[in-house]
Design a protein around this ligand. Structure first.
Ligand code: ADP
Length: 614
């Protein structure tokens, strides 16, 4: 054991900022710090219990796995002690001197970006251990690691610039956190206050909690209970406790099954999508239990990656209790269990969507990203996840949504394909040249507004055995247009096409008569296998810019006045005709989302204006 002098440490800059916000914001719900510290204690005990299964050499091995809380009104202190894994010296520095918790990072980031009213935002993020400084003027963390070569240490800080670490002879295994309460937080030194705060969730903690020596919780596995025995309030508290969450659950899914596997699951979809706050990917949030014993808090590959927004607990009697996690993850049973749960979650969402479309639409607004990711990556489930997608379309109003099954159900007789257009907005799509031919035939077209949608439709490829096709694909055959109108003759059209091909040189791969055009003079189509505009955008964003300019199939409308006059101008006014040709193509590319450089266009339009004005 070492007897070093106290060492002084500075907080990492982000911790400093976080603490500044935590200590200075008027936060109404200050009591949440109790939940944060008890939940840390419970995590440390869970880890200890797992280590006891595999490790032989454990410091203070005979200590019970429990949490002891003591209050002292005279000294104005609150102490929360656990016999968990404790911390080594370097772990103290790493865990309590830097930001480990992703929620806290996001919190600091969002404060930096928006400078939003701290008091309101703070409740949406887990600030973890640092929340202690909302109520304490000084925090001491006494600790000894479970490792025999650990030290007896105490970490001390007033939550301003830094902390010190000193020896603390006699400290048992685990962590003992002593809060010296601020004057305005003296109530937290009262047993009655703490008891009241603990009442909400202490029964979800899987270990005994004693308050001033008196046991106050009965360990309760909510998920093993019957739905009818659980109140809405209990679900909420459990969600917050188990999911380290600060919002309310949006959906609660509690189910018990016996066949093909025994499953007791209590799962939640959150209200807030934390990934929208600009932080990294969420971690998987469903823990795996066997008969109320935690087997794995974050089982890898249990649920597919896209379901990482789901929080909660899955308990199965069929799981082996003391098998190494690594080998469990390879077992057929583990995979089967995961598959059954996945299937149930998808069906659950489908049912919720049918029961309350409005609520689902709100959920969809915040969480569609995950569902889309699911369609693109979860090969086995893609068709059933696709049922959960929603789109605006040529038949819906703005903000009104249609599902793929609904689309299919109202397809026109003879329609074999599901049509979609990807575009930045409803307006952009509706003012473009593609839609009208489909509309005039009564074919519904789905509007896809997000870049990622391109991946989604190409991964899905088919729904209900019907192909998904972009309206901008060159080989969509809608037959001849029916409406009459004076058209350029065949010979003149061919001549104009050939002239355009030459005049537009390497910008087009083909120029041809367009059968789908109604009121627009021309449009650009993608040849099969060509990169979509969205893909191009992405490639450009990734700076893979060496993929050449788009070469499109250029279709012209021989009934359109501009096209007819252009045909004549190729002889009478070739200069102007050349400018018009370039502009026709640029307009078409613009509608297709393929115009990459608008510089040429501006200059050209000026030339055209000059000529038009004589
Ligand atoms: P989080 O618990 O979400 O990771 P915290 O800020 O609450 O974030 O805690 C940071 C880290 O400090 C934890 O991840 C854990 O490693 C460590 N820690 C906190 N409390 C304890 C404790 N009672 N026993 C052991 N380690 C702890």
């Amino acid at each position: 054991m070492s007897h070093e002098k106290p060492t002084q440490h500075q907080f990492q800059a982000e911790v400093g900022q976080l603490l500044d916000i935590v200590t200075h914001s008027l936060y109404t719900d200050r009591e949440i710090f109790v939940r944060e510290l008890v939940s840390n204690a419970s995590d440390a005990l869970e880890k200890m219990r797992l280590l006891q299964l595999t490790e032989k050499e454990i410091f203070d091995d005979q200590l019970p796995l429990e949490i002891n809380i003591t209050t002292d009104e005279t000294a104005k202190t609150l102490t929360i002690a656990d016999y968990g894994i404790g911390m080594m010296r370097d772990e103290l520095v790493e865990n309590l001197g830097t930001i480990a918790h992703s929620g806290s990072k996001a919190f600091v980031q969002s404060m930096k970006q928006g400078g939003k009213e701290g008091g309101n935002v703070i409740g949406q993020f887990g600030v973890g251990f640092y929340s202690a400084f909302m109520v304490a003027s000084e925090v001491k963390v006494f600790t000894h690691s479970w490792r025999n070569d650990g030290e007896h240490l105490v970490w001390t800080s007033d939550g301003t610039t830094g902390y010190s670490i000193e020896d603390a002879p006699g400290q048992r295994r685990g962590s003992r956190i002593v809060l010296h309460l601020k004057d305005d937080a003296a109530e937290f030194a009262k047993a009655s206050t703490i008891k009241h705060v603990l009442a909400k969730y202490s029964n979800f903690v899987g270990f005994a909690i004693n308050l001033n020596g008196e046991r106050i919780n009965t360990v309760e596995a909510l998920w093993l209970k019957n739905k009818s025995e659980v109140t809405e309030e209990q679900y909420k508290e459990f969600y917050k406790f188990a999911g380290h969450a600060f919002d309310d659950p949006r959906y609660t899914f509690h189910f018990n099954a016996d066949a093909p596997l025994n499953i007791n699951a209590l799962l939640f979809a959150p209200t807030q999508n934390m990934e929208q706050f600009g932080m990294g990917q969420m971690e998987a949030g469903v823990s795996l239990y066997c008969r109320r014993v935690l087997i794995d808090p974050k089982p890898k590959k249990f649920l597919p990656e896209w379901m990482r927004f789901i929080r909660g607990v899955v308990d199965s009697e069929d799981l082996p209790l003391n098998i190494a996690r690594e080998s469990m993850q390879d077992s057929a049973l583990f995979r089967k269990l995961g598959q059954v749960v996945q299937g149930r979650i998808i069906k659950f969402l489908d049912r919720e969507a049918a029961d309350d479309a409005k609520k689902y639409a709100e959920f969809y607004k915040d969480f569609s990203r995950f569902l889309k990711e699911g369609v693109a990556t979860d090969f086995e489930n893609k068709e059933s996840i696709a049922k959960l997608l929603r789109f605006e379309s040529s038949l819906t109003k703005e903000d009104e949504l249609v599902s793929l099954p609904e689309y299919v159900a109202r397809m026109k007789e003879g329609q074999k394909t599901i049509y979609y257009q990807i575009g930045p907005s409803r307006q952009a799509i509706e003012s473009g040249p593609y839609l009208e031919a489909f509309k005039s035939r009564g074919f519904e077209v789905l509007y896809l507004f997000e870049t990622i949608d391109d991946y989604v439709v190409s991964a899905l490829a088919k729904f209900d055995d019907k192909e998904l096709r972009s309206v901008a694909a060159s080989d969509v055959d809608l037959g001849e247009t029916t409406d009459e109108g004076e058209s350029l003759g065949k010979e003149e059209t061919d001549k104009l096409c050939a002239w355009l091909k030459e005049s537009l040189a390497n910008r087009v791969s083909e120029v041809r008569l367009g059968k789908r055009l109604v009121s627009k003079p021309a449009m650009a189509l993608q040849s099969e296998g060509d990169m979509s505009p969205q893909m191009r955008q992405m490639m450009r964003a990734m700076k893979k810019d060496d993929f050449g300019a788009a070469q499109v199939i250029f279709e012209i409308n021989p009934k359109h006045t501009i096209v007819k006059k252009l045909s004549a101008a190729t002889d009478s006014n070739p200069d102007l005709a050349g400018l018009i040709a370039g502009q026709l193509l640029d307009s078409a590319l613009l509608s297709a989302g393929l115009l990459e450089d608008t510089h040429d266009m501006v200059g050209r339009v000026e030339q055209i204006m000059e000529k038009a004005l004589g």
